[in-house]
Design a protein around this ligand. Structure first.
Ligand SMILES: Cc1cc2nc3c(=O)[nH]c(=O)nc-3n(C[C@H](O)[C@H](O)[C@H](O)COP(=O)(O)OP(=O)(O)OC[C@H]3O[C@@H](n4cnc5c(N)ncnc54)[C@H](O)[C@@H]3O)c2cc1C
Length: 486
């Protein structure tokens, strides 16, 4: 069996298969992992800290959210297995707790998502407690960016993503799996059946089963053998983060983050081993996968970390600049399952919590590869109709809210006499105009709408796809509560 892709998804799957002794397992992926998401990840084991007002609003999004809840319980065992293979010199788990802070830098969206998080914690019976922001170790923002509220999530921490990937490789190597430091040029076979992969050096590896787990590059790789398969389009969500050495002030001892906001995963700091802190992260959907960083994103992360997290961050020494591409699907849901091409399996679309979910997804995929029943909902099948969770009107309003949050968060300025209502009206008009132009009734998430509205390439791709799949699929039902969603 060949797994293409050496990110979190590919390696956790390989680990699961090797543990089940399924025979020969080959993982192909370049050791530099250029432009990959996993190498750039926080990697917060975030579940409730990631909640937004959308997370539990429909059955579909609740099912997606519950992947994170289930994944969370896997990590203690995962870390126990990996620790002995780690060479970082410090525990792979770099934080065991999270503090979520609500400040007034963004817009109302921050408050809405903060409240949604508290509601979800209570609904799922998870522990949390309010805390005075001044009592959060390391948290020393500028006075004008101080937090108004903060909560302590007792049970959400983070791991060293790069350390976990390295430990997985060491463990796989010790267990006899083959790790090839190579890139796959194309899949071999035809649309009916895959027969293996061709590497960049021209050599061929034959295999009856091929798993494509190359993150944001997955769709293009699948197309090398299955040109006509109608997949949900995937876009790269380019993200930037830094690992820096603290030179002054009290270190952070927990993840400290804002709620998800303004098209992104919130501003956060993650302890990254002795004397080091990870600052993250930006998110912008782009036309092409790249390992570059936008200067605007460098400015954003540097300035707001010093202002909103700790003024002493100004004196941090940057050790690593990280950029990676999150695999973002048009409907925002993962794509996990067999493709119509016999022997070909796709595993991607995990967006902003794929590191956290990887061990859980590995169990499901290993089951399916072995012909056993899967462990997650079949709704994530990659050849589905796009999942619809909102109306076009709601999509435009959500887009307005995210733009407002991003506007204030990034320090954008309008003429002083321009009111926020006028600003919102401007974005509302842009969103509405986009839907009139593409003439589709399918309602996009705010990030995909932002991208398609601002990129000709993106707009054409979205419009062509929606034209091909026809009328908008029916709206996912509003959520019915815990345990009643399936
Ligand atoms: C800045 C940032 C911060 C994030 N923070 C978090 C977080 O805190 N928590 C969390 O859970 N998630 C986080 N994520 C999201 C998470 O990283 C992704 O959802 C997840 O890592 C995706 O894993 P993957 O294995 O599918 O893809 P990737 O990590 O992108 O891995 C794909 C791999 O395939 C390889 N590859 C590509 N093309 C080929 C080819 N042709 N042949 C062979 N190999 C190939 C690449 O080198 C790469 O290593 C973050 C992402 C970013 C960018």
């Amino acid at each position: 069996m060949v797994i293409v892709g050496n990110g979190a998804l590919g390696l956790f799957l390989a680990d699961e298969l090797v543990e089940r002794k399924v025979g020969s397992v080959v993982v192909v992926g370049p050791s530099h992992r250029d432009a990959g998401a996993s190498r750039a990840a926080g990697a917060m084991l975030g579940c409730f800290g990631e909640v937004t007002s959308e997370s539990l609003r429909t059955d579909a999004s609740r099912t997606r959210f519950e992947l994170g809840v289930q994944a969370h319980s896997r990590w203690p065992e995962v870390l126990r297995k990996l620790e002995e293979h780690s060479s970082t010199g410090f525990p792979l788990q770099t934080a065991t707790e999270t503090h979520v802070v609500l400040n007034a830098i963004g817009a109302e969206l921050d408050t809405v998502n903060f409240e949604a998080m508290l509601k979800a914690l209570d609904e799922y019976g998870k522990p949390w407690s309010p805390i005075d922001p001044a009592d959060i170790p390391g948290f020393r923002p500028r006075t004008d960016a101080r937090a108004l509220r903060a909560v302590h999530l007792h049970d959400e921490g983070a791991v060293d993503a790069r350390g976990v990937l390295a430990a997985l490789e060491t463990r796989l190597d010790a267990a006899g799996a083959t790790l090839l430091d190579q890139t796959v040029r194309r899949l071999t076979g035809n649309a009916d059946a895959v027969t293996g992969v061709e590497l960049e050096d021209g050599s061929i590896i034959e295999a009856g089963k091929v798993v494509v787990a190359v993150g944001a590059r997955s769709e293009a790789l699948v197309r090398t053998v299955a040109k006509e398969t109608e997949l949900i389009p995937t876009f790269p969500g380019l993200g930037f983060a830094m690992i820096a050495k603290r030179t002054a002030g009290e270190p952070f001892r927990s993840v400290v983050r804002t709620p998800n906001r303004g098209f992104a995963c919130g501003l956060h700091v993650v302890p990254a081993g002795p004397g080091r802190e990870y600052l993250g992260a930006t998110n912008r959907l782009v036309d092409d996968i790249a390992s570059v960083t936008w200067i605007a994103d460098v400015r954003y992360l540097a300035q707001y970390s010093m202002q909103q997290l700790d003024e002493q961050i100004a004196r941090h020494e940057v050790l690593q600049w990280l950029s990676g591409n999150r695999p973002v699907t048009l409907d925002g849901f993962p794509m996990i399952g067999w493709l119509p091409t016999s022997g070909l399996y796709l595993m991607t679309g995990t967006y902003r919590d794929g590191f956290h979910c990887a061990p859980l997804l590995a169990t499901h995929v290993a089951n399916e590869l072995q012909g056993k029943p899967g462990t997650i909902d079949p709704m994530f099948n990659p050849v589905r109709q796009p999942i619809q969770t909102r109306t076009v009107e709601a999509s435009v309003e959500e887009y307005v809210q995210h733009n407002m949050a991003a506007w204030f968060e990034t320090g954008a300025e309008a003429a002083p006499q321009m009111t926020t209502t006028q600003l919102a009206a401007y974005y509302r008009a842009r969103g509405t105009e986009f839907y009139e132009k593409i003439g589709s009734g399918y309602a996009l998430g705010p990030d995909v709408l932002w991208y398609a509205e601002g990129s000709l390439v993106g707009a054409r791709r979205v419009a062509r796809y929606l034209r091909r799949v026809g009328d908008a699929p029916s709206l996912a039902p509003a959520t019915s509560g815990i345990g009643e969603s399936r």
